[in-house]
Design a protein around this ligand. Structure first.
Ligand SMILES: [Zn+2]
Ligand SMILES: [Zn+2]
Length: 563
């Protein structure tokens, strides 16, 4: 006689889980549905057994209702060898990222199969990007709601790794700081750490709190509801935001606030480099500026406080005047309904002119190889250009430039014959396919595209998707040198998932004389707002307006495009 016992059921879990996985893989690969159903049912059955199935012989397992001969053999195979050959074979034919996507809540194997085969998406990062670009709504069996559910599920998974995109936490961080200021009206509170340094990925939100009485600050915070799971340790109060972001609040007496803020903002290398220059003690500076003055340096904005990159320039009073959002005069690299965008060209132009007060809009719909994104055939390129000519006549001085985001093909060539390429005002050349090349091949491919006389801008140079997909490996120096030699501008793709060219390479590009362009890659009007994040990383990279392509006025950029 068997009794239902928690432990016994748990022992069956690995077996039922493997059977379930097998049935999902079969569904993904479109195996006979009858077979799939019988395995899924067996998994369910194994879960419900009141005894450990692994203790039974093959003959006994075969006799269990709902299992049968062939599945019993699989269970015994799994027990004896640790795996099932049929499953291994299916796994070998499935990219790792596709297997991972099956674990996302709300999409079963059937949907993953469509995502994989019809959209060419092979991992969670690409899927998240596709959701943000609205690629799923028109796919059969999907729709806006499914797309939103998938997007949220992925966001949730990303958060469970403890890391967040800057853009994902910006709003909540601001609200938390406001709440703290309200709790301590006579205190001082400011962000520090990687958030204040405008890093692209945030793993902890650090805040320095200067309060006259530390004891009271502790108690107040512990009793307030601004944070979840609050704990105190020394002068740190830790907790979490509802989205899971860890928060570390450092409480100091008010008179130590600026020193602590300085110490908690720059990375270690930076603060050491600055402090090593100070001879007298400054324990209670009245501002951060004072610390820099005492070290013989120009004041350094938090986003520049990485290592000692800018120390020499700060010493010579030669820090760049960092670019700001209002320096941008136009926006290049955007997608309309002609390819995979949501708004028409006219809607985008009016939005840029009337709401964003910009002077020009560069349209760069996808080129013909990007079939998944409704890339433009030659015929449609010509039709689109006619439409742009027509719109330009009625926009009163605002200008739409005719561009294209041309796929860089596997061999580095662009996607149209020369007579079409020459019809564009400018061309953004980007890699969207064959992302798995080694460094040498990927670099050579990019350089060939850079050397093409029609390439104006190199789009998202590594194809990375932050927190989810590494970019293809490239030799940055060679690629940047090639851009310098061929007068090709490098894009800072402003999508918070991309921020590619990485800010760590902006200085090298600027030194080589390369121009950068802050491109939102907008697929709808709301997408233009990403330029804010592009500006943030550009500042971190030390970009100034004189070297930013879309900080040029309409008149100036027209001249550049005509050359
Ligand atoms: Zn692209
Ligand atoms: Zn694009």
């Amino acid at each position: 006689m068997y009794f239902y016992c928690h432990n016994q059921i748990m022992e069956n879990k690995p077996i039922s889980r493997t059977l379930r996985m097998l049935s999902q893989l079969m569904e993904l690969h479109d195996v006979n549905p009858f077979k799939i159903r019988s395995i899924a049912n067996a998994a369910f059955k194994v879960d419900k057994l009141p005894y450990p199935i692994a203790d039974k012989s093959l003959e006994q397992i075969e006799k269990i209702e709902g299992i049968g001969k062939s599945i019993a053999a699989k269970i015994v195979e799994l027990r004896d060898t640790g795996t099932i050959a049929e499953m291994d074979e299916l796994l070998a034919n499935t990219p790792e990222g596709v297997v991972e996507m099956m674990g996302i809540k709300g999409i079963g194997p059937k949907k993953v199969a469509i995502i994989w085969h019809d959209l060419g998406i092979e991992n969670t990062g690409e899927l998240f990007y596709a959701c943000n670009e609205n690629r799923l709504i028109e796919v059969k069996g999907f729709g806006l709601k499914t797309q939103e559910d998938i997007r949220k599920a992925i966001e949730f998974r990303m958060a469970s790794n403890g890391k967040f995109l800057y853009a994902q936490v910006e709003k909540e961080a601001g609200e938390l700081l406001d709440a703290l200021k309200a709790l301590f009206p006579s205190g001082l509170a400011e962000f520090a750490g990687d958030f204040r340094r405008l890093c692209e990925v945030i793993s902890e939100l650090v805040i320095v709190l200067g309060s006259r009485d530390q004891e009271i600050a502790f108690t107040t915070l512990l009793q307030s509801t601004v944070l979840n799971n609050v704990t105190a340790n020394g002068n740190h109060i830790s907790g979490e935001l509802p989205n899971g972001l860890l928060v570390d609040i450092i409480c100091v007496e008010k008179r130590y606030f600026y020193k602590e803020l300085f110490l908690q903002t720059g990375n270690d290398e930076h603060t050491e480099a600055v402090l090593s220059r100070i001879t007298d003690v400054i324990d209670q500076p009245e501002s951060e500026e004072l610390i820099y003055i005492k070290s013989g340096l120009e004041f350094m904005k938090p986003e520049l406080r990485e290592g000692d990159i800018y120390i020499e320039r700060a010493e010579n009073n030669a820090l760049p005047v960092l670019i700001s959002y209002h320096d941008l005069k136009g926006t290049l690299h955007n997608h309309s309904t002609w390819s995979d965008g949501v708004n028409t060209i006219e809607e985008m132009a009016l939005y840029c002119r009337d709401t964003l007060k910009l002077e020009y809009l560069g349209m760069c719909d996808h080129s013909k190889s990007a079939v998944y994104a409704k890339g433009l055939s030659i015929e449609r390129v010509l039709q689109q250009q006619e439409e742009i000519d027509h719109l330009n006549k009625k926009l009163n001085g605002f200008k739409i430039f005719k561009g294209i985001e041309s796929d860089i093909l596997g061999d580095g060539s662009l996607d149209y014959p020369e007579e079409i390429l020459k019809k564009f005002d400018f061309i953004v050349a980007s890699v969207h396919s064959n992302l798995k090349m080694d460094e040498e091949k990927a670099t050579a491919r990019l350089i060939k595209a850079i050397e093409n006389p029609y390439t104006t801008i190199l789009g998202h140079p590594t194809g990375r998707l932050l927190l989810s997909r590494k970019g293809y490996p490239i030799d940055y120096k060679k690629v940047i040198d090639a851009c310098a030699a061929n007068k090709v501008v490098i894009e800072i793709n402003a999508n918070p998932l991309r921020l590619d060219l990485d800010w760590r390479w902006h200085q090298y590009a600027l030194e080589k004389g390369v121009w950068l362009s802050i491109n939102p890659d907008a697929h709808r009007n709301e997408g233009f707002a990403d330029m804010h994040y592009g500006v943030i990383v550009a500042r971190k990279g030390g970009l100034y307006k004189e070297r930013c392509l879309n900080a040029l006025s309409l008149q100036e950029i027209t001249k550049v495009f005509n050359q």
